[in-house]
Design a binder for this molecule. Structure first.
Ligand code: FAD
Length: 547
């Protein structure tokens, strides 16, 4: 069955009628990873997401597959080793989506760790993660650093370092993992909230679900239930009456996006700001984005937005490091804010809290997983599924984890050379069709070889504007193959346009909502509701300007 927004009824019927080995609550990267691990090892798995896939923290990160250099300072060697090593693994699984990116770390007079300590720290970072050859860290002179990034404040830069990381799109990565889980037989659905846990002999045995789009309620039965709800983990533990002992500590992080011409950094850069914290500036397509903050958060978790204060903090950090750019709040094109679902430790500040993941098992048998990183999703999933399998009577029929071999995304591009070759050819084809070359980056980094499926639909549409035809072809693909159910799903999490190409959202939003109306056979009321939600998302992305 196609993983399509038009097949929701069939997925819901399957959920109602089967008995699952494992039900995963939460369709962020953690839940997605668990569903894929479980289904590929032979377990009957279901995944239930209350909103859209990746609509929580997994579309609101810095979008790096990274080892977390700063965790070395906190002596988190095991964490750095695990996530650092995972970078290369996840890159191999999706080389179009997890892309090598050299990070520039400027060194300054009387700030940071100094050249010797930084050099040793980066050497340790490489060693822990098994980085070899020309990917190993490279120390730079002052001249080399300024040539790499001429916008840097020349006063005080005494040198720099280059080290290897990877950039990604967190929401696209989550969607690709979910699609693969569905391919391996997991039953997956979005817009279905778990409202109650079901018990038999005091052991959790299923969930009560409300379908937010269809309005119906139903029960899903399962031997084991895993709570992978990120910032909502404690809500589910309260539902299970097991929120005792350790608890979540949510911290907020925001990112702001500028048109490239306003902040034309040449490459990704990780620099310290006045209060000693480090932030990133990362070029992406026609934009550069900057983040992040790390502040304690106690407000509503269902709608997290950036404030004027958050935005100003980042702007000051940029203006102090890049004195020629003179950025203002009005220059910000878009933004996002997310919550880190960390585990509380008494007396520790937001930045000091560990990013390690932990699994809590309640007396009812509910497993809850909290903490962790996007980068480490595969190993987190393996640990959870190992525990689930341990207690499953069918454990002899299951296999060991092999998700390190399961390539993500259809029409695999096998390595980065293949990605570059394909992108080069595609750019020429796109140019001949009337697109700008940059579109090749956008399509390949979002969809990989699936781009061919999208382009093959271009001629189904008769609009004179080729960009609108492309958008409609993308919409057709993401509705039918990626369970897109709303225009926010499409513009924010399937295409990233709401963050990185706001102009295209503003220009084509009306046409896309109308196209969705016919694809998903909406009535006027559904259509108006969708339009209002899209306007709200656009407003949230520039909320700080009207506070
Ligand atoms: P989420 O993505 O929040 O998923 C939980 C899901 O559960 C949500 O979609 C929610 O709707 C659903 N849910 C909740 N309640 C219910 C219910 N009752 N029924 C059904 N579904 C429910 N990590 C990195 O590796 N690299 C980075 O660059 C990076 N940068 C970060 C920057 C910031 C600002 C933040 C906040 C985090 C960053 N992280 C990064 C960490 C990473 O993003 C998170 O660890 C990860 O996304 C958490 O995923 P998750 O699936 O656990 O949670």
């Amino acid at each position: 069955m196609n993983f399509s927004g038009t097949n929701r009824k069939q997925f819901i019927d399957a959920l109602k009628s089967r008995e699952y080995d494992l039900i995963v609550i939460g369709g962020g990267i953690t839940g997605a990873g668990i569903a894929l691990d479980a289904a590929s090892r032979g377990l009957k798995a279901a995944l239930i997401e209350k909103n859209d896939f990746a609509s929580g923290t997994s579309s609101r990160s810095t979008k790096l597959i990274h080892g977390g250099l700063r965790y070395l300072k906190q002596l988190e060697f095991a964490l750095v080793k695990e996530v650092g090593s995972e970078r290369a693994v996840v890159h191999k699984l999706a080389p179009h989506l997890v892309i090598p990116e050299k990070m520039l770390l400027p060194l300054r007079e009387k700030r940071g760790f100094g050249s010797l300590l930084t050099s040793m720290g980066l050497k340790l970072y490489d060693w822990l993660a098994g980085v070899t050859g020309k990917d190993r860290r490279l120390m730079l002179t002052r001249g080399q650093t300024l040539r790499r990034e001429p916008l840097l404040d020349k006063e005080g830069v005494k040198g720099g370092a280059l080290y290897a990381e990877y950039r990604t799109d967190d929401a696209r990565l989550t969607i690709e993992v979910i699609k693969k889980a569905a391919k391996y037989g997991a039953t997956v659905i979005n817009y279905c909230a778990v409202t109650e846990l079901k018990y038999e002999n005091e052991k959790v045995s299923g969930i009560q679900v409300t379908d937010a789009l269809g309005g119906t309620q139903f029960v899903v039965n399962g031997r084991v239930v895993v709570n992978a709800t990120g910032p909502w983990v404690d809500e589910l533990r309260v539902m299970d009456k097991s929120r005792t002992g350790k608890r979540l500590h949510l911290t907020k992080g925001v990112h702001i996006v500028f048109p490239k011409e306003k902040l034309p950094v040449h490459q990704s850069i990780y620099f310290d700001i006045a209060d000693g914290r480090m932030i990133f500036a990362i070029p992406r397509g026609r934009t550069t984005y900057v983040g992040t903050t790390d502040t304690n958060y106690q407000q509503t978790i269902d709608r997290v937005v950036i404030t004027r204060e958050d935005a100003q903090y980042l702007i000051d950090g940029i203006n102090n490091n890049f004195p020629q750019v003179h950025l203002h709040l009005e220059d910000i094109e878009s933004s996002w804010a997310g919550l880190r679902p960390l585990i509380h430790e008494d007396g520790k500040s937001a930045s000091e809290l560990s990013r390690k993941d932990e699994i809590f098992t309640s007396p009812s048998g509910l497993y809850s997983i909290a903490g962790g990183k996007l980068t480490g999703y595969r190993k987190m999933a393996e640990r959870v599924v190992d525990m689930v399998i341990e207690n499953n009577p069918r454990r002899k029929e299951t296999t060991k984890c092999y998700t390190h071999k399961i390539k993500l995304s259809d029409g695999q591009l096998t390595n980065i050379r293949g990605v570059r070759r394909y992108r080069g050819m595609l750019m020429k084809r796109l140019e001949a069709m009337g697109f700008e070359r940059e579109m090749g980056h956008y399509l390949v980094e979002n969809y990989g070889k699936q781009t061919e499926k999208i382009l093959s639909r271009l001629n189904d549409f008769t609009d004179a504007d080729i960009h609108l035809r492309l958008l409609k072809a993308e919409l057709y693909f993401t509705v039918n193959k990626e369970m897109t159910c709303s225009s926010v799903d499409f513009f924010m999490r399937r295409t990233g346009r709401l963050y990185f190409n706001m102009a295209s959202v503003l220009k084509y939003k009306g046409a896309i909502v109308n196209e969705m109306k016919s694809l998903l056979t909406w009535d006027d009321e559904q259509c108006n509701k969708d339009r209002a939600l899209l306007e709200e998302a656009i407003k949230d992305a520039r909320n700080f300007l009207i506070e």
